[in-house]
Ligand binder design. Structure first.
Ligand code: ADP
Length: 255
């Protein structure tokens, strides 16, 4: 793969009460920097702003109502970017913040502008870091709709990426939620998204993550139409990104 989108889920970047897992961010930066040195084009999609905001505003661990989550996102996004900037500065790489809504893709003009600015950033060797603009779009933030999974697939599709990697707290797609069923079986490859596959997408078990597997399967559909492969893998695997790029079979590969 030449152009790759890496989506970091809330469950991977945040600690239990929302604070950032900076060690993990540094580990991602080191892998991205290595790919960059191989002339790969890498775009990050990073969740985590709401958790950081909730942590900073000392709102406690409980899930919050939407206006509070939006406020928290606005507080947390700066810190999230600051931490990414620090992580990448070790490798002399600049990062750029891009906040998107679904409307960014619905008008041809905004979409073309978006594509041009991301392409220009890549040309200049900058790492674009995308997140949903949670403070302005109400519906995206709600548990039923809000997620960076579909957003990252739309970016992959519009940027004509070869591969989308979703890093999560789970090894991949199982035939049922492994956190509730001990006999759940991990799927290594999904050649086609059938109704059976779709039925595996449950709601997320954690209060931090938003999309669960349902939005990841939706993302796979968007990727499939765009001719882009998608992998769901566990972010706790050492060098997961590099292993996937080298073709090692970790996680679930959607063809
Ligand atoms: P992220 O923040 O990485 O997007 P989510 O919490 O949104 O993570 O989604 C991952 C969670 O989805 C898993 O931790 C698991 O509890 C849940 N899940 C539900 N159904 C499945 C399934 N069939 N296979 C794997 N995980 C599942």
């Amino acid at each position: 793969a030449k152009k790759v989108i890496i989506k970091i889920g809330t469950t991977s970047i945040s600690n239990d009460c929302g604070g950032l897992n900076e060690e993990f961010m540094k580990h991602v930066a080191s892998q991205v920097a290595y790919l960059h040195s191989l002339e790969k084009e890498v775009i990050l999609v990073s969740s985590g702003s709401i958790g950081v905001g909730i942590d900073l505003m000392q709102l406690g661990c409980k899930p919050r109502e939407i206006p509070v989550r939006q406020a928290a996102a606005a507080v947390g996004q700066n810190i999230l970017m600051q931490k990414w900037m620090e992580a990448f500065s070790t490798y002399d790489l600049n990062v750029a913040q891009i906040l998107l809504t679904y409307e960014s893709f619905t008008s041809r003009l905004t979409y073309l502008n978006l594509r041009n600015s991301i392409s220009t950033l890549l040309e200049y060797g900058v790492i674009p870091i995308i997140n949903e603009n949670d403070s302005t779009c109400v519906h995206e933030i709600e548990a039923t709709l809000g997620d960076n999974d579909r957003l990252s697939a739309m970016v992959a599709s519009k940027m004509e990426a070869d591969l989308l990697i979703l890093l999560s707290d789970i090894d991949g797609l199982y035939d049922k939620n492994p956190k509730r069923h001990t006999d759940a079986v991990l799927l290594k490859t999904v050649p086609e998204i059938t109704p059976t596959i779709e039925s595996y997408g449950g709601s997320p078990s954690s209060t931090k993550g938003t999309g669960g597997m349902r939005t990841k399967i939706d993302a796979a559909k968007i990727c499939n139409i765009a001719g882009c492969h998608m992998v769901i893998a566990n972010s706790s695997i050492q060098n997961a990104i590099l292993k996937i790029m080298e073709g090692e079979e970790i996680g679930t590969l959607f063809l």
